[in-house]
Design a protein around this ligand. Structure first.
Ligand SMILES: Nc1nc2c(ncn2[C@@H]2O[C@H](COP(=O)(O)OP(=O)(O)OP(=O)(O)O)[C@@H](O)[C@H]2O)c(=O)[nH]1
Length: 391
């Protein structure tokens, strides 16, 4: 699948940067256009793979290149004010060559959290291709304001985009790691999952012919109808052997059958691990509206039977009648991997908790503000109110 990607804000920019690196490393050619947008100049300068001419600084007249300081209402305002510049920056995107737009942003901050949905609204107005977003939820220990931002931004993204894919930092943080090292590792996990998912629509990679290939239209159909998605992933390292040599050495059908059974079992077990293991957004998978299963690896490690079984198992687990599935063969891969896209999930306790903390945070903020006004008045006024200000 070919995407026009927009990294909005610091997290969005860094993840976009990683996607470009992933594309180069794997020759997957997913990112047809890359644009990094920010209100903070320093964040744009720090990017390594996004070409300089594809970096757009917005809100200069308001925040002078210093960022919006986790104020996502301000993030929305400056994006709206500079929307012409943003849309003009997208003019060079060969829309006929891309299957969809993907806006990537941290929902806890200000720029990407507030500005991303504004851009989504305008892209939807101008282009016929779907506009998706990949939203990163803040980890719970980042504090109330990030949670409040994320809860409001989440709601806005779902409304403004054709689909919101979610990654929850909270489910992926590891204790004892520096924030930066932590993010590097997390960002790698993000591009591995979404890289395989979006790479699936591109049959050419490594010249492999898929038995039942996943086309970009299947990704689009799975994401159609809006809502929120989560992604599961599991992989197994394999000993690389030459398929031609193997089949010549085998020479009889019995071991072929044995291998086929092993391949099928490996696939079904990977599908289970992917769906029941750690999802990008932890949730109950029962009740998922639509799902897509992508199996990746060298083609002789993939078979139709395994994918069919995996698909059926997913149907049972999710209760969905719309489970698609197929191959994404990669000739030189030293792994077999299953990626499960669960679209239209609604039983997500993490989001309910995020909203609960957000409301609590807002009430606390209002209480503290009201209290601090009264406290300040008490501080500056003398007891008998005998002193008066100068003017
Ligand atoms: N996964 C991941 N999350 C990140 C990364 N950097 C920041 N975040 C998350 O994104 C949130 C903050 O978003 P940023 O992207 O830094 O904010 P911004 O959009 O640049 O907005 P301002 O800094 O307020 O102008 C944080 O609360 C983190 O949860 C990253 O490299 N990877």
């Amino acid at each position: 699948m070919k995407l026009a990607m927009v990294g909005f804000g610091q997290a969005g920019g860094k993840i976009l940067d990683k996607f470009l690196e992933y594309d180069r490393r794997n020759g997957s050619d997913i990112v047809r256009a890359a644009l990094a947008v920010n209100t903070a100049k320093a964040d744009l300068v720090g990017l390594e793979n996004v070409p300089e001419e594809n970096r757009v600084l917005i809100g200069q007249s308001r925040v002078k290149g210093h960022g919006v300081g986790a104020d996502n209402e301000l993030g929305s305002e400056v994006a709206e004010e500079d929307i012409d510049e943003l849309v003009a920056a997208m003019d060079d995107v060969p829309a006929h060559e891309v299957d969809a737009f993907l806006i990537i942003a941290g929902l806890g901050g200000g720029s990407g959290s507030g500005g991303g949905p504004v851009l989504a609204r305008h892209l939807k107005r101008i282009y016929t291709e779907p506009v998706y977003a990949l939203g990163i939820l803040p980890s719970a220990d980042e504090g109330g304001i990030y949670t409040l931002n994320a809860a409001r931004s989440f709601e806005t993204y779902v409304r403004e985009c054709d689909h919101l894919l979610v990654f929850d930092n909270d489910a992926w943080r590891r204790s004892g790691e520096s924030v930066q090292a932590g993010y590097d590792g997390i960002n790698e996990e993000i591009v591995t999952r979404f890289g395989l998912l979006f790479g699936a629509g591109e049959v050419e990679r490594g010249g492999e012919v898929a038995e039942s290939v996943v086309d970009s239209s299947e990704i689009i159909n799975t994401l159609a109808g809006g809502g929120v998605s989560t992604v599961g992933y599991a992989s197994e390292t394999i000993e690389r052997q030459d398929a031609g040599l193997l089949s010549r050495l085998r020479g009889n059908g019995a071991s072929d059958d044995l291998d086929a059974a092993k391949t099928t079992n490996r696939i079904t077990s990977l599908v289970r691990k992917a769906a029941l293991g750690r999802l990008t957004l932890p949730c109950e998978i029962e009740g998922t509206e639509r799902a897509l299963l992508v199996l990746s690896g060298p083609s002789h490690y993939l078979n139709r039977k395994g994918i069919e079984r995996g698909r059926k198992w997913l149907e049972e687990q999710t209760g969905s009648m719309e489970v698609r599935g197929g191959d994404y063969p990669i000739r030189d891969a030293d792994f077999v991997a299953a990626v499960v896209l669960l679209a239209g999930v609604t039983n997500v306790p993490r989001i309910k908790e995020l909203q609960r903390v957000a409301i609590e945070t807002r009430e606390n903020i209002e209480e503290i503000r009201a209290g601090s006004d009264a406290n300040l008045q008490e501080l500056i006024a003398d007891e008998e109110d005998e002193l008066e200000p100068l003017f």
